[in-house]
Design a protein around this ligand. Structure first.
Ligand code: FES
Length: 188
């Protein structure tokens, strides 16, 4: 405690002490503010990190196949001009997961690549002119009809549309069938 003297020196000392005290208080307050700011910053960063982590986990848990199917199915794929496809030909469209068939009479069909037995991808074997499943040897002809079991039914078809000479396939419209019928073929 500083006693008040008669001259100005004591006042100056007291003033200095008050200023120093005030400075210390301000400094302490500033440190406190900084701590508060840093605390809020860390909480904010923590929340951002948690949200990002939740996003990564959700993306990881989402079935990849389902995601791929969602991207592929439900789209209309433009296959190209009908003139570009030779008669009696099979063209694979990986993006749409189908084969575009141009039969020997010029009719078009779009066949699913999935075997109707257990869903394996069925390749077209050009040398045999057949679809032969590598899993359990089911065989399908060019129209997708079963030539050899265990496949229980023909390959599924997708809707084919021909607009102004352009062949389009609606991969969102898949049809199961029990047999091949001429009504499944689309002409120009
Ligand atoms: S999945 Fe094709 S024959 Fe079994």
């Amino acid at each position: 405690m500083v006693s008040r003297g008669g001259d100005g020196t004591d006042l100056a000392v007291e003033f200095k002490i008050i200023m120093t005290k005030d400075k210390k208080e301000k400094s302490a307050q500033s440190v406190e503010n900084r701590r508060g700011f840093l605390k809020k910053l860390w909480i904010g960063l923590g929340i951002v990190a948690l949200v990002e982590m939740a996003g990564v986990i959700a993306a990881y848990l989402r079935p990849k196949k389902q995601k791929a199917d969602a991207e592929i199915l439900g789209r209309i794929i433009t296959a190209g001009s009908a003139d570009n496809f030779e008669k009696d030909s099979v063209t694979a469209f990986r993006r749409g997961q189908f084969y575009l068939i141009c039969l020997d009479d010029g009719g078009f069909m779009a066949l699913s690549r999935k075997c109707t037995h257990l869903g394996c991808t069925v390749p077209w074997v050009a040398s045999e002119k057949k679809f032969i499943c590598p899993c359990h040897s089911s065989v399908f002809d060019i129209s997708g009809a079963v030539v050899q079991s265990p496949a229980p039914r023909p390959l599924d078809t997708f809707l084919v549309m021909i607009e102004n000479g352009i062949v389009k396939v609606d991969t969102g419209k898949k049809t199961k069938r029990s047999t091949f019928e001429s009504s499944q073929v689309v002409y120009l």
